[in-house]
Design a protein around this ligand. Structure first.
Ligand code: FAD
Length: 472
């Protein structure tokens, strides 16, 4: 027998269901396959940074498989449709008897897999729910519908999770002698982009980061998670996005270090688990409401909001030149590292939509193009939450004041100074409104004055949302 394992968003050997089951028969030949689809990725706005990180992780995966006697064949096609064709040809060439893979839940990915099933006549296909703790469609209201409010979803999710078997699977045993890997040229052509040193590729690095976080920082997570100047969060999102790490591994590690985690909602561990459940919530929503994969808002009347056609605000926002220090520092963090702290993602998204009245989809698009951890579910979910167009979103009339947010979450301006060297000498008291200080001391700052007046912008936005609501 010859079993092919098609790796997609699950670049790991430990706790990988498709790989585990493909290896169950000790006599089968197992071959790993990865298909890069650069044109398809471009239409999904996958960032060059994430692609470069993916490549690094694929190299690590290739080595981890080789140690176990499993080759990884990497091929490049333009689109998903081409990948299906190539894969079926390859399976035939290899006389493959089984094809194993884990589900992806985005719309185009699901259509691709459907196409594969229709075209694969003599190939046995074995697929698994592996990317989430509980598969989409399995956590529903009594009527069988997807929840549209997070808290009852979480309640149902937790009781179901506790009844489920979420043990992690060990990596498969070696199936013969280790293979040697020669790694030139690259596995697939891609732009070389520097990856910031906090993100070391490979599942060993991811597991080490997870262990470290769960053994210590998670205790203070509830207290520290909103302060961008503190490394209070796990920074595991780039690994979870590519499946270098699984959510089961996260929960099992969390439980190993904090056995009481399910008992106290006040604990740091529980609030971290809560974020992992948000991740599940947004993925379940994609499947229940495919329009979310089609650039449509969840709340229908919000499509009548008249967004601004003006480009200047959007450009200033992208470049971290809005004159609001917390917004600009955050955007520079994103542009330089591809990662941004969650509190800051909420602040900059709110600013773009509700201070500049720019269509949230443009922000979503820009984020995707920059993020190392970009995923359709969480990015779309986060943007629609911030823009008040989404499921259980922030109410539309709640508008963050960017200055107050800065004062609250970066009180000493530590984070701002790290990313805006031009404000390093501004005294702490004025760090969130540097121009009031500069003017009174007749100092010229190499930093823009605020591009909008928040009070006025707020009124304009309230009006635009009200008009959108009336237009239905
Ligand atoms: P931790 O606080 O350590 O959380 C652990 C894990 O839980 C994260 O790695 C992530 O996988 C998941 N998670 C945490 N918060 C959320 C959330 N609100 N929604 C969904 N999953 C969550 N997250 C992404 O993974 N990819 C994105 O493209 C993305 N885009 C976002 C866009 C906006 C506008 C907003 C407001 C949020 C977005 N998030 C996204 C969610 C969140 O900001 C990041 O997951 C988090 O900052 C990652 O850092 P961390 O790994 O240290 O998180």
């Amino acid at each position: 027998a010859c079993h092919l394992v098609w790796f997609r968003n699950d670049l790991r050997v430990t706790d990988n269901k498709a790989l585990t089951f493909a290896c169950e028969d000790p006599t089968a030949t197992v071959i790993g396959v990865y298909i890069a689809t650069p044109e398809q990725w471009a239409t999904h706005n996958v960032s060059p940074r994430q692609i470069a990180f993916l490549h690094q992780n694929l190299v690590e995966l290739q080595h981890a498989l080789a140690k176990r006697g499993i080759p990884l064949i990497c091929h490049t096609t333009a689109t998903f449709a081409d990948s299906v064709k190539w894969l079926l040809d390859f399976a035939q060439q290899q006389n493959a008897t089984g094809l194993y893979f884990n589900h992806q839940y985005e719309l185009n990915e699901r259509l691709r897999d459907e196409q594969l099933r229709q075209q694969a006549q003599h190939l046995n296909i074995f697929t698994y729910d592996d990317a989430l703790l509980l598969p989409p469609g399995s956590v529903t209201t009594q009527k069988g519908d997807m929840y549209q409010v997070y808290t009852p979803f979480r309640r149902a999710f937790l009781s179901q999770l506790l009844m489920s078997d979420f043990r992690s699977f060990p990596a498969p045993k070696p199936r013969g002698a280790a293979l040697t890997v020669e790694n030139t040229p690259p596995l697939f052509a891609h732009q070389s982009v520097e990856i910031s040193p906090q993100f070391i590729a490979g599942e060993q690095a991811a597991l080490a980061k997870l262990r470290q976080f769960c053994s210590k920082r998670v205790q203070d997570y509830q207290r520290d998670r909103d302060i961008p100047a503190i490394d209070g969060t796990s920074q595991l999102s780039p690994y979870l996005a590519l499946g270098v790490l699984s959510p089961r591994q996260c929960v099992n590690r969390l439980l190993a270090e904090n056995p009481q985690v399910f008992d106290s909602q006040e604990s740091g561990g529980f609030s971290w688990l809560n974020e992992l459940i948000w991740r599940e919530f947004y993925s379940h929503l994609l499947v229940a409401f495919p329009r979310l994969c089609r650039h449509q808002p969840f709340i229908e009347w919000t499509q009548y909001i008249q967004w601004t056609p003006d480009e200047t605000g959007f450009t200033a926002w992208k470049n971290g030149q809005t004159g609001y220090p917390i917004v600009d520092a955050a955007m520079r963090q994103l542009n330089q590292t591809g990662w941004m702290h969650n509190r800051l993602r909420m602040i900059v998204a709110s600013f773009l939509v509700k201070d500049l009245l720019v269509d949230w989809r443009r922000g979503e698009h820009y984020f995707m193009n920059q993020l190392i951890d970009g995923t359709l579910a969480a990015n779309n979910g986060g943007w629609q939450w911030s823009a008040s167009t989404g499921v259980d979103a922030s109410p539309w009339f709640r508008i963050f004041n960017p200055t107050t947010q800065g004062k609250k979450f970066d009180p000493q301006g530590t984070f701002i100074r790290e990313w805006l060297p031009e404000l390093r000498d501004v005294p702490e008291k004025f760090i969130h409104e540097p121009h009031t200080w500069a003017e009174s001391h007749q100092i010229t700052l190499n930093y823009p004055t605020p591009i909008v007046d928040h009070k006025q912008a707020r009124l304009m936005t309230l009006e635009a949302f009200e008009a959108g609501k009336r237009a239905v």
